[in-house]
Design a binder for this molecule. Structure first.
Ligand code: ASP
Length: 336
C-alpha cells in the first residue's frame, strides 16, 4: 500500500479547523480491521503526504519506481490518493506501467477516516481485497490500473471525478465498471484486460508536461488562442470541443490550429460531453478540424487524453507516430 496523501489520511488541525495530511501510522490506528483483511499489507508512505492538488508527473514517477522496485515481492498494489486528481494519476500510471500484470488499485475517500460516516474504511479494505484477488489458476483477477470507489471498480484511465460531495465520487462514463461490491465482489470479467504472462512489465518515467487543455466556449478570443498556439512552451493540446467534436467555423480558429499542427504540435480533439465519442466526420464543424490535422481523442476522458499525450511525447515518438497511437488503444483507454 502506497500512501500519497489526500482526505483518506487527513485529520483536523484543532487550531485552524482545516484538514491536514497526517501519517501512515494514523491510518493504521484508525483502521485496525486491516489486521483481519486476509492480506498481508505493508505500507510505504510519501515522506510528505500531499493534497492531490499538488500531484505532478514527478510524483507519478515516484509511484512507478516504488511499484517497479517491489513488483516481484507483492501480489498487488493499493495507492491511497486524494480524490481531486486521482483520475489523472490513474490515467498516467496506466501508460507508465506498461504491461502491468498485477492489480494497481487507487482509492481514497470523501470523508476523513476519523469521521463516523467516513467512506475511507470501506474503500480501503475493499481495494486491498481486490488487489489481493486471484482466480482459480492463481492469476490476479484484475491485472490493471483501477480506481475503486464507493462500491465500483473502474478502469483507471476511464474514470473521472464527478462529484465534490457525493460518496459516489467517480464515474466511468464510456466504459462498463469492472466490478461491483455488495455483499460479495462481483467481477465483470469480460471487461477486464486479460492477464498475459508473455508480456514483460516495463516501467516508464518520461512524461512531457508541455501540454495544455484548451476548452472551447462561445466567445473564445482569437488573441488568446493565437498566443498559445505560437508558444514554443506548448507541444501538445487537448482541445475540448462541442458535442461530437465540433468547433466554430469562424476561419481564424481552424487556420490557427492547422498552423500549430504544421509546426509540430499535436492537437487532440476531446468532447466536452461526459459520454459519447468524437466523430469529426459527422458535421462540417468537425470535419474542418480533421482537415486541419487534428487527431481524434475518440471517447477518451480528458484525464486519459492528457496523460497519453504526455506519455507519447515523453517517450519521444514523432508527430506521425503519436497520431497513429492516438488512434490505437494502448491501455484500454479508448474504444476504437
Ligand atoms: N483535496 C483532497 C485531495 O484530493 C480531496 C480528497 O482527498 O478527496 O487530496
Amino acid at each position: 500500500m502506497i500512501y500519497t496523501g489526500g482526505t483518506i489520511g487527513m485529520v483536523r488541525n484543532p487550531e485552524t479547523g482545516s484538514l491536514e495530511a497526517f501519517t501512515a501510522e494514523n491510518l493504521a490506528a484508525n483502521i485496525p480491521e486491516m489486521k483481519y483483511c486476509g492480506a498481508e499489507v505493508e505500507m510505504v508512505s510519501f515522506g510528505d503526504p500531499i493534497d492531490s492538488s499538488d500531484m505532478n508527473p514527478q510524483h507519478w514517477g515516484r509511484i512507478v519506481k516504488i511499484i517497479s522496485d517491489n513488483y516481484d515481492s507483492y501480489d498487488g498494489f493499493v495507492i491511497l490518493h486524494g480524490t481531486d486528481t486521482m483520475a489523472f494519476t490513474a490515467s498516467a500510471l496506466s501508460f507508465m506501467l506498461e504491461n502491468i500484470g498485477k492489480p494497481v488499485i487507487l482509492t481514497g475517500s470523501q470523508l476523513p477516516v476519523e469521521i463516523i460516516r467516513s467512506d475511507a474504511k470501506e474503500n480501503l479494505l475493499t481495494a486491498i481485497e481486490i488487489a489481493a484477488a486471484k482466480d482459480a489458476d492463481g492469476h490476479p483477477v484484475v491485472p490493471e490500473v483501477c480506481i475503486y470507489f464507493h462500491d465500483e471498480l473502474m478502469r483507471g484511465n476511464r474514470s473521472s471525478k464527478i462529484s465534490a460531495s457525493n460518496l459516489a465520487a467517480f464515474a466511468s462514463n464510456n466504459y462498463p465498471v469492472l466490478a461491483h461490491s455488495g455483499t460479495d465482489i462481483t467481477y465483470h470479467k469480460e471487461f477486464i484486460r486479460p492477464y498475459d504472462p508473455s508480456k514483460t512489465f516495463t516501467p516508464h518515467y518520461n512524461m512531457d508536461p508541455s501540454i495544455i487543455i484548451l476548452s472551447l466556449f462561445p466567445g473564445l478570443q482569437r488573441d488568446a488562442v493565437e498566443a498559445a498556439m505560437k508558444s514554443d512552451a506548448i507541444g501538445g493540446v487537448i482541445f475540448r470541443t462541442f458535442g461530437s467534436g465540433n468547433a466554430p467555423r469562424n476561419g481564424w480558429l481552424v487556420n490557427c490550429l492547422a498552423e500549430a499542427v504544421k509546426n509540430g504540435k499535436t492537437i487532440v480533439n476531446i468532447s466536452q460531453c461526459a459520454t459519447g465519442s468524437v466523430e469529426m466526420e459527422r458535421y462540417e464543424t468537425g470535419r474542418q478540424l480533421l482537415e486541419a490535422g487534428i487527431v481524434s481523442g475518440h471517447d477518451s476522458t480528458v484525464e486519459a487524453a492528457l496523460a497519453k499525450l504526455m506519455f507519447l511525447r515523453g517517450e519521444g515518438y514523432s508527430q506521425a507516430e503519436i497520431q497513429r497511437l492516438m488512434n490505437t488503444s494502448i491501455a484500454g483507454e479508448v474504444t476504437v
